[in-house]
Design a protein. Structure first.
Length: 78
């Protein structure tokens, strides 16, 4: 997770400081949009995965928590 934050910080270094909140907001929107598109396309497979492999629930929860942490980091005021 720290490597993602380091890459993000490096990415923000390419832009002026006054644009950082806007870029963070746009990246958060793009991340949510991408997740929605994947879920729309692969939703049946996720249901099958949960039904056929109950052990996948903790993995999916961990992925969800990571995504939420990334979005919170992107939208955090600095």
């Amino acid at each position: 997770m720290d490597s993602i934050f380091q890459i993000y910080t490096q990415f923000l270094g390419y832009f002026p400081a006054n644009l950082h909140p806007l870029i963070s907001f746009l990246l958060a929107i793009l991340l949510v949009y991408g997740i929605i598109k994947v879920l729309q396309k692969e939703f049946v497979y996720i249901i099958v995965l949960v039904v056929l492999l109950p052990a996948s629930l903790p993995i999916l929860k961990n992925i969800w928590e990571s995504v939420v942490n990334i979005i919170n980091f992107l939208l955090a005021k600095k």
